[in-house]
Design a protein around this ligand. Sequence first.
Ligand SMILES: *Cc1c(COP(=O)(O)O)cnc(C)c1O
Length: 247
Amino acid sequence: MTENCLNDEKIAAQMRDLEENLKEVRERIAQAAVKSGRRPEDITLLAATKTVSPQVINRAIELGIDHIGENRVQELMEKYDALNLSNCSCQFIGHLQTNKVKYLIGKVSLIQSVDSLKLASEISSQSLKKGAHTDLLIEVNIGGEESKSGVSPEKLPELFDQIAALPAVSIRGLMCIPPVCDSQAEIMRYFWKMQEYFVDITTKKSDNKENDMILSMGMSADYYEAILCGATMVRVGSKLFGERAYR
Ligand SMILES: *Cc1c(COP(=O)(O)O)cnc(C)c1O
């Protein structure tokens, strides 16, 4: 079979399964929300759409998805014009190189993966240049893994203060991707740690509307546990769109 043919089959399967998948994910989100003393609508579901075609993403938006996140600048640029974003927030959730920032400003409503002053400064100056204002999350390397992006928890307070002093950007919360864990208990220890840091920074920002602050954690395998630990946003890909061949 040709690659195109395989791709068409993949899209057909995604289109067929999406509504049911979304229903299941929303139900589990609602259960976890209630279990953690919140309302289902207090949790934002972001669809992680890397490798997913615009046709399928637009179907997800039709079905009520109002937050999507892309990982690669190049891929986002290729898909952008084909997306129906009038009722949907488009965000950036992947590793971001400073020299690519300029492509995102004015296109994405939130950059979730800011982990250095250098990157934040570039977002700030590109935003100033375009007369824009950009919201961001600080990504925390909660597992202290060398291979991963994110600021270390020790350096988080300093980075927070430095970014808070920049013009044209606002810190809207924290994001993390914890290490691969063997048990629920282990992953929840990371999520609880993040929740502590989140409380610390929301207290710091108490002049602002702190209820609007975002704690973005939890993916297909662990979004339920993340919500139990206080996540306000979960980023779900494969549970909505099926397994990816890569990334
Ligand atoms: C791919 C990705 C997700 C979603 O991963 P799944 O396991 O497919 O749900 C969430 N967050 C980030 C940053 C990602 O890159």
